[in-house]
Design a protein around this ligand. Structure first.
Ligand code: AMP
Length: 618
């Protein structure tokens, strides 16, 4: 290996250092963490603290702690640390030196050269200050690289065909969006916009205020006034915010946070992702205004963007990716860890300068989405000819291991059972995906429709999937483990084909479908008792949507759909004279399905199945 050139992301909130080893960029861990908080402080006994230790003391000793120094880079100012004045580049140098030493330790050799990244909007003075900081830390800064360029390099976009890439970077305290043009190894920033006062920390403040307002209402105490209570809560709400990225609910819990009349008071506040996303919506809207401005400056329109890349920890909030997908018509890349992507790209740039062979960043991702089948009346309205929709929980290209949960609601009053039916695939129409497993959760509380059931999927690196479903109100839970949940469609084609055939078989024979008595007995056993069956089946599909007159099971509905599919394919074989009649029969089945007229559906399906039967005979 030539002398290593490391890549450093010197961030406002956090910094990272990476290097290419054996062609692969890797981030170094610092005290077991890949991220070093960009915080510098002095301990009470005058020792220098850099990173987590400095961050920990910030709330209690702000006069001895400096954070967000990046905001001051390039300014002719000094900051006070323990009674001494320092220039911003000196503080940044302390962070860089900590990173450099850790890398040297891990590589067991000196580290002297680095590529350091800066925001695309940094001016000359800011870039120069960054260079000086590197030099003060004992590093030769071989290149100052734009952060969005580093992100594009990490996705190997620079080396492929001409592409417009939108890099959306939302960190703890700043937001940047850049439009870059990648072409044959050259990455050019066409336009860049941002807001240096907007980031994930603002979202923490919103949650903190919500918790404090609720607490003040209940107990008449404003926790914001107490510095220690505020600091504890801030940590707690940040953890809750992170949890909400992967789970539908999160609880902020802090014991003994205050006292009233000699009695200790605790905080326990639950937030749903919906509530949180509604809170942060105005902030996200502001970022979208910047996106629009950047597009205008780059003189392109949204649909000319070929790739969208997410950078910065705060982009893990799912609403952000969803909004960008809605606006730009393509899913955002989130395969590479958004906290590390800039450092990885900088390391790649370093290796290229050092003349090394480099490969793409390797990430283990799920090649298919995994999710559940749900019943949803909107499906019909939106053109799906089935009331069942596939709702992904772990989306395709999510890095592994992945753990996500979503909440679903029961659809009928006093619903006792839900069937969790797990599928793999990308089609909204669940029938086109592949079933990987299913199970029932029985004995739900006899409450009105809308009972929340949290379905959690945990997928490990070996493709083993654990699915659990929990009734939120009671904690009643059931789970299964599915080995090899990521088996490809090819591997499972046979099985899928068999399932399709089963469905067709059932549908072709309508109500009188050909199973003998012993089969029927087995069916009865597998399903809940008759009086519960309709509910169970309705729920099978579970979970959202309304309608309490579910007097028919999912099986019959699925049969009707399969029947219609078969009829569609048979249509061209119908004699011209019979065609109008045949189409009328199909329309009757469709209307009955749409109107949920189950008795009519049964008769109409029989009629159509008969016609098909004679058609096959012909
Ligand atoms: P960065 O400056 O890129 O390190 O981003 C830091 C910001 O990302 C902080 O506000 C974090 O709270 C936020 N963040 C980190 N992980 C998550 C997550 N899983 N969901 C939402 N925000 C996160």
């Amino acid at each position: 290996m030539n002398e290593p050139i490391v890549g450093i992301d010197l961030g406002t909130t956090n910094s990272e250092i990476a290097v290419v080893r054996d062609g692969q960029p890797q981030v170094f861990s610092i005290n077991g963490e890949p991220i070093l908080p960009s915080v510098v402080g002095l301990s009470p006994d005058g020792k220098l603290l850099v990173g987590q230790a400095a961050r920990n003391q910030y709330v209690l000793a702000p006069e001895r702690t400096i954070k967000s120094i990046k905001r001051k880079m390039g300014q002719d100012v000094t900051v006070d640390l323990g009674g001494r004045e320092y220039r911003p580049q000196e503080i940044s140098a302390m962070i860089l030196r900590t990173l450099r030493d850790r890398a040297a330790q891990a590589l067991a050799r000196p580290v002297r050269k680095a590529v350091i990244t800066v925001p695309a909007y940094f001016n000359d003075a800011q870039r120069q200050a960054t260079r000086e900081a590197g030099e003060l830390a004992g590093l030769e800064v071989v290149r100052i690289l734009n952060e969005p360029t580093a992100a594009a390099l990490a996705y190997d976009l620079g080396r492929s065909k001409r592409r417009h890439v939108l890099v959306y970077d939302l960190g703890g305290g700043t937001f940047d969006v850049s439009i870059v043009l990648c072409e044959r190894g050259v990455v050019e920033v066409l336009a860049s916009h941002g807001d240096t006062r907007l980031g994930g920390d603002d979202f923490d403040e919103l949650l903190l205020n919500a918790v404090c307002d609720r607490f003040a209402e209940r107990h008449g105490i404003d926790l914001r006034a107490d510095r220690v209570a505020r600091a504890r809560l801030l940590r707690s709400v940040e953890a809750a915010k992170r949890r909400l990225s992967d789970h539908p609910f999160a609880t902020v819990e802090e014991e003994f946070i205050a006292e009233k009349n000699g009695q200790p008071l605790h905080v326990t506040e639950e937030f749903s992702r919906d509530e949180f996303e509604a809170m942060i919506q105005p902030w996200i809207d502001r970022t979208m205004v910047c996106v629009q401005k950047a597009l205008v400056d780059a003189e392109i329109v949204g649909r000319m963007i070929d790739e969208v890349v997410l950078v910065g920890g705060a982009t893990r909030t799912p609403r952000i990716g969803q909004l960008l997908t809605e606006r730009l018509g393509r899913p955002a890349h989130r395969e590479i860890n958004p906290d590390l992507i800039v450092a990885l790209g900088a390391a790649l740039q370093g290796a290229i300068i050092a003349g090394e062979e480099v490969g793409a960043v390797l990430v283990d991702v799920t090649p298919h989405s995994l999710g559940v089948k749900v019943r949803d009346q909107m499906s019909m309205l939106e053109g799906l000819d089935t009331p069942f929709r596939f709702v992904p929980i772990i989306e395709r290209n999510t890095p592994l291991p992945a753990s996500r949960s979503e909440v679903f609601l029961t659809i009928v009053d006093r619903q006792k059972v839900v069937e969790v039916d797990v599928y793999q695939g990308e089609d909204e129409d669940v029938r086109r995906n592949h079933r990987v497993g299913r199970f029932l959760v029985e004995g739900l509380a006899p409450v009105p429709a809308g009972n929340p059931i949290v379905v959690q999927l945990d997928l490990n690196l070996d493709g083993m999937l654990r699915v659990s479903a929990r009734e939120k109100a009671t904690g009643l839970q059931k789970q299964i483990t599915i080995q090899n949940a990521l088996a490809t469609f090819e591997n499972t084609e046979l099985e899928a084909a068999r399932e399709r055939l089963d469905d067709l078989w059932e549908s072709s024979f309508g109500d009188g479908y050909a199973f003998d008595e012993s089969n029927e007995a087995a069916e009865q056993e597998a399903l809940p008792p008759a009086h519960e069956r309709s509910t169970a089946a309705g729920l099978a599909a579970t979970i959202s949507g309304g309608g309490s007159d579910d007097h028919i099971g999912a099986r019959e509905t699925v049969q009707a759909h399969a029947l219609l599919e078969k009829a569609e394919r048979a249509l061209e074989r119908v004699l011209a004279d019979d065609r109008a009649d045949f189409e009328r029969m199909m329309a009757r089945v469709r209307t009955a399905l749409a109107d949920r007229q189950w008795t009519v559906l049964s008769a109409a399906s029989n009629e159509l199945a008969d016609a098909l039967f004679y058609l096959e005979d012909r």
